[in-house]
Every structure is written in C-alpha cells, then in structure tokens.
Design a protein around this ligand. Sequence first.
Ligand code: PEP
Ligand code: MN
Length: 266
Amino acid sequence: MKKLLVDLTSGEKIKVKVKDVVIGGKEKVFISGPCAIEDYETMRKIGRELKGIGVHMLRGGAFKPRTSPYDFQGLKENGLEIIKEVSKEFNIPFVTEIMDTRDVEKAIDYIDMIQIGSRNMYNYSLLKEVGKTNIPILLKRGMSATLSEWLYAAEYIMAEGNMNVVLCERGIRTFENYTRNTLDLNSVAVIKEKYRLPVIVDPSHGTGLREIVPQMSMASIATGADGLIIESHISPDNSVSDARETVSIKTVKAIIDKTLLLEKLI
Ligand code: PEP
Ligand code: MN
C-alpha cells in the first residue's frame, strides 16, 4: 500500500495560528477586505471599519491572478506595503496571495498568511516552496479540482514540513453559469467529518453575486466551516475588481451577527 506522506484522517484536528487568530478552534474566523488592494487610503478605511466590527483578519490581493491579461494585475510590492501598514496600524493580521515561487522568500518576514489561489492549486513547485516555510497557508480549491486533488495539494505543502494549512472552498465550475461558480458545500461537510484540516468558505468567488453572499455564508457556517473569507469594500460598486460579488461592511457585520445566532443552534 502507498505510504502516506501526511496522515490527514487520523489524529487530532489541526489548528492554524495566524498571530493571535486560531483557525480550526472553537471560534469562527472572519476574514474580509477588498478583492484587490487599490490604494493606501481605501485600504486604510476598509481596514479600520472591518476591525471595528470584529473581523479577525484582512484580505486583499497585491498580485492578482486575473483571467484576462488586460485587467488590473494588482499593485504588487506596493500593495504588500499598503496592507502591511494597515494591518500594523489596526493590529489585525492579513492574508494575501502569492503566485510566484520567486516571491515566497520575501513573504517570509512580511506576510501573516499566504493565499494559494484557485488557479495555482496545481502549481506543485509553488506548493513545495511554501511548504518549506512556516507561514500559515490558505489553500484555495482549484476551480476544477476534485476533493482528493485538493487534499493532495495540501499534502504537497505539508510533506515539506509546513503543517499550517487551512483549506478554502471557493466554488467549482459546473454547467451552471447563472452564478460564477457552484459553491460545493459537500466538500466542507466531508472535510469536517473525515479530515483533520480546518476549512473555511469563500462565498464571494463561490457565487459571484453579492446578493446571495449572506445566505451562502450562513449555509457554510451551518455545514461546519471554521470561518469565512468575504470580499468587502467601503464602496462595493466602485471596487476595481470583482465589484459584482463585493459586499458592504454593513453586510459583513450582519453576517457576523447572524453567525453568532446560528452557532447557538448547531
Ligand atoms: C482571491 O481570493 O483573490 C481570488 C483570486 O480567488 P480565487 O483564487 O478563489 O479565484
Ligand atoms: Mn476577487
């Protein structure tokens, strides 16, 4: 029989610490922020408001994996500096995507949690490279990855020694095209039932439609997700990218409040 590199099914549940935030523990973790880091002032306002409503971590892309090469590609290093500054000012850790193995080294002293985006879940060189660090990793599901391919991707990271992996369900491509993706909550139920890794849900990319982000957030919590990552903005319609799925800060607050109520029932 094949020797397992990492045993993901037996043993204690894995908890991942990002500074003082524990993902996979008792408390549901809320991560929010814009799709892309746009400029310092906007990021600062978003960061201040999100901290004020009890969000645990900020998100925001500096290196943006856009489907079209003509779309905004992110502020790159300048974006990292902006989110780092805001995170420091409001004492709130952040997660941001790294797309290139050459950027991993500089992330080590800089980034609280590295996101591996859906398009890079199959990038085994990148998975191995982040596996050699101790930085917590948010591993998004490939948009056409089966659950086992996704778990193997996690094993690629963990086999290099980095056990700080959090899975993120962000929807898969199906024949349905009314929504941007089909949010596969079956995966969350299976992971919570059978595997040791924490899993959070991204209802923003999972739906592509801001009006159903709250509902799918609640469904995710009811399924047992350890937290949510939600795209938000002080002016959602003016978001530079993914405006259609971006919610207001007020909506994030309503999702947090409802989660607290829902948790009492499950
Ligand atoms: C993102 O979260 O910024 C993103 C690009 O999402 P995904 O990789 O899931 O498409
Ligand atoms: Mn986005």
